[in-house]
Design a protein around this ligand. Sequence first.
Ligand SMILES: [Zn+2]
Length: 622
Amino acid sequence: MSLSISELENLIKHHNHLYWHQQPEISDADYDLLVEQLKSLNPESDVLSDLGFKFDEVGTKVQHQKPMLSLDKCYDEENLLKWTNKSPKCSWVMMPKIDGMACSLLYKNGRLIQGATRGTGVIGEDITQNIAQVVPNKIEISGEIEIRGELYLPISTFVQYQNEYSNPRNAVAGFCKRKEQTQNIGIKFLAYDLIDAVTNNMIDKLTTLSLQGFDIPFWKLFKSDFLMQAAYEEVLEHRQSYDYEMDGIVFRINEDQIYEEMGYTTHHPKGAIAYKFSGDEKITTLNSVSWQVSRTGILTPLAHIEPVYLNGANISKITLHHANMIKTKNLSLNAQILVSRRGGVIPHVEKVIVAGEIPITIPTHCDSCQGPTYFEGDFLRATHTDQCVSKLSQRINYFIEQMEIEGIGPSWVEKLIDENLLRDIPDLFRLNRDDLIELDGIGDIRINGWLSSIQLAKNIELSRFLTALGIENLGKKTAEDLVTHFGDLNTIRNVTVSQLNNLHGFADKTAIAITQGLIQKSQLIEELLQYISFKDSQKIIGPLQNLKFLFTGTLENLKRNEAEDLVIQRGGQIASTINKNLNYLVVGEKAGSKLEKAQKLGVKILNEIKFMELLKVKNAEE
Ligand SMILES: [Zn+2]
């Protein structure tokens, strides 16, 4: 990757800002790589000193002696009790699940020797210098011992830092990764685990930790599981009265021996579970609504809200599923709305709490091509032109996905469109190394991956090519059927509506959409054919080899296309007209004129039962 010094500096400044103030876009390792590159190109760069990089121990990798696993989760009482039922007779300890940053502390002969982040669970990062101000530096336990807990910034303290950090957890992360000595901004540590210590149970551990000068979380012991739900609800109800953010409750088997006997998966211990607050809801302001165009041309509203911290993440945008939601939810700009994350994951507008004063305008035209909009059910569609840029990116994404071109995700497609490297689908096949290397954040490995994947796409199955064109009603299955029946692209491009009606029993609307779609895409197809060739479609070898069938009328037990598939799967062919080359006419109810014609030509005529018998006989002959 050859970035200039100034490009590197800008990139580092950009990611540094995201790192401290928002959500990072790249991994720490990638970030470090950029810094190392800049350091080697220009060790005197002002950017390096501005970042405060002193290449000391902070941030170096640390291997955990015992993996710091996650916790298994549940969201309701039923699943909580399923979990308690798995363990032998025992008691359980309830503790809060604090939404902070997990931390491991190593003490040797009573002295703090290392603090580390959870990291991947196996490898963390050294943060000793920074947290030495936060946790006890000396304890009275001899030998080597590991203590685990949560670093957090009390909500009352966070209020002062709101403009600097987007949420308390980011403030903690930012502080811990500082590479120079700064005063503690008010971060605290709650200790909740003592690894490999000689204790009998969880209460022992918590008591020991407390006696050694650690703050410990509140806890409660349960001898049976029937009061757990009530305890959970009580904490949920009073969660605002705690000075830290909680995203659930942890239940853990109290007895150490049973806890260990329950064992571990690679992801979590089986002796503990996090009962998450799934109904996390907050009230915020609806600032604006923008509109996104899908591949099929639907305009979907996207609500931009005053950012809120929900279930461990900042939410600033919420997709409204269709345009009509604006009406059904009575949304307006500046409205106070209640938002949640469904299942703790998907951002969702629950309802309006206080209506805003400005109505939301439904667009009358597509923003990028000016095509007029209209409602189809709940959905707002537009008659887009072929040049519509919004629809273009969706079309390209769909093409890439169907052609199985790997590595060029939607954000790269947008970048390529912005850089004018993609003006339409065929441009994909014109991408070259010289142009790509100029893109921000791209490397040799990625470029090689793209180019070889594009190369592979130049020789593909015809059916996949047809699907990738993005013609309405021409999905994967239909494309495969067209290829089976008509064989080559030329024939398929000239197929008529009545041929499709006859052949596959397609409704008129579908048949018209396919034939017109193929005509509309003529120019695109011609351009693509400069690059693309087709793999020979695999002929099916079977007992009906070289036999031509035609179906007419309504069959009693099989649908028309099911019957046709039975023929095709056995190597037979479906004819489109009656002539003397036809081997069998299969007749259902209301057969009509075809029957007469076949009789005249001496074609064998079968009813549905005879047809099925023929298949059996032919299968047996094989
Ligand atoms: Zn448009």
